[in-house]
Design a binder for this molecule. Structure first.
Ligand code: PLP
Length: 369
């Protein structure tokens, strides 16, 4: 078997009975859309976070997009975020007609450099959108202070940070709302697409429920404000309910994999992930850094090890976002990182024997550079 950054079949082997039982539960329930499993998952995912509200949606991109709409971000508003992220973060902002504004990231931990945020604020700024990238949180206290001072709302992109903590607070509980993805690779993943937006605000929750259901109340079939069809599927909700009970176990498994890498590669020239102050990392991806990244990735193919880069192209340099007007060089740290970072295999069911082969292959490749 080729060694990949992520491989769901190993998890499916371990959890097959439970997953198939979830499918059977939904298929035999008599109701396939917005029924018992979505309702129960919403309640359980909210409870995990100690929040009153969770609204299940069809994917993480729409969890952020509907979240932005629900907290009042309007076309023409500016939303401050980072370019070192998955493109969907920015697509969600673009999708509500708002303008993404980028600040650079820290060279050490690749997260939003909050010190740059205040200078990026204009009269049109409405929202701050921190991305808890790779599994650890942005420095929230100064960001919250800026939001309060300038009367801005915070929406957290938690697509990579299920269960991550920041000074003890869970990712998703630190803004007005937060978007999660349950894409299969994520720390909590469905067997297909899924997402959820959590909030402590009741009006935001009601807005979200209408927005995911065409813009209607579910019992009153009139569109008040045009919405979307963005429902979480019952079958994924039921699978997610089962997997949510194992979330802390998955995170512990990811931390074990990270610890094994630190032990096996800590004495090499690879730059390993740095833990930012106050963070409990959930290691959605294990991002390392080396100036000869491309040569390393290429050489590892001979060992049947196939790695990914999260992400090779900073969003502001993509042709699809040329209209935003960011010339190359505007975000120097983001651009520098994009040429040097890459990801090692990381998932909780990664067998330690497979990981040890990756470690020794990487060591061989590094010493032959
Ligand atoms: C995965 C991801 C998304 C998008 O989620 P989808 O479910 O793929 O739509 C958004 N932001 C970040 C940071 C992500 O990693």
């Amino acid at each position: 078997m080729a060694t990949l950054v992520w491989e769901y079949l190993r998890e499916y082997e371990n959890e097959r009975e439970d997953i198939l039982n979830a499918v059977e539960t939904v298929f035999g329930s008599g109701r396939l859309v917005l029924a018992e499993s979505v309702r129960a998952f919403e309640e359980e995912f909210a409870a995990y976070h100690g929040l009153p509200h969770c609204v299940g949606v069809d994917n993480g991109t729409n969890a952020i997009k509907l979240g932005l709409q629900a907290i009042g971000v309007k076309p023409g508003d500016e939303v401050i975020t980072v370019s070192n992220t998955a493109a969907p973060t920015v697509l969600a902002i673009d999708g509500v007609g708002a303008t993404p504004v980028f600040v650079d990231v820290h060279r050490e931990n690749y997260l939003m450099d909050v010190d740059q945020v205040e200078a990026a604020i204009t009269p049109r700024t409405r929202c701050l959108l921190p991305v808890h990238l790779y599994g650890q949180c942005v420095d929230m206290a100064p960001l919250e202070a800026i939001a309060a001072k300038h009367d801005l709302v915070i929406l957290e992109d938690c697509a990579q940070a299920h269960g991550a903590r920041h000074h003890g607070r869970l990712a998703g509980t630190m803004g007005k709302a937060a978007g999660f993805s349950f894409y299969p690779t994520k720390v909590l993943g469905a067997y297909g697409d899924g997402g959820a937006t959590v909030t402590s605000d009741e009006v935001t929750e009601q807005n979200l429920r209408r927005l995911r259901y065409y813009g209607m109340e579910q019992t009153y079939y009139v569109v008040e404000t045009p919405g979307h069809n963005s429902r979480l599927d019952e079958v994924h909700a039921e699978i997610l309910r089962r997997k949510l009970r194992r979330l802390d176990q998955y995170i512990a498994g990811r931390r074990d994999v990270a610890a094994r890498y630190a032990e096996g590669l800590g004495d090499t020239e690879l730059v390993l992930p740095a833990l930012a102050e106050g963070n409990d990392h959930v290691y959605y991806v294990y991002v390392v850094r080396h100036p000869r990244r491309d040569d390393i990735i290429e050489a590892l193919k001979a060992y049947d090890i196939h790695l990914n880069i999260s992400y090779p192209w900073p969003v502001h340099t993509m042709t699809g976002f040329a209209h935003l007007g960011y010339e190359k060089g505007r975000l120097p740290v983001t651009e520098e990182l994009a040429g040097e970072i890459f990801s090692l295999p990381m998932y909780p069911s990664l067998p330690s024997g497979v990981q040890d082969k990756v470690i020794s292959a990487v060591r061989e490749v590094l010493s032959a550079l």
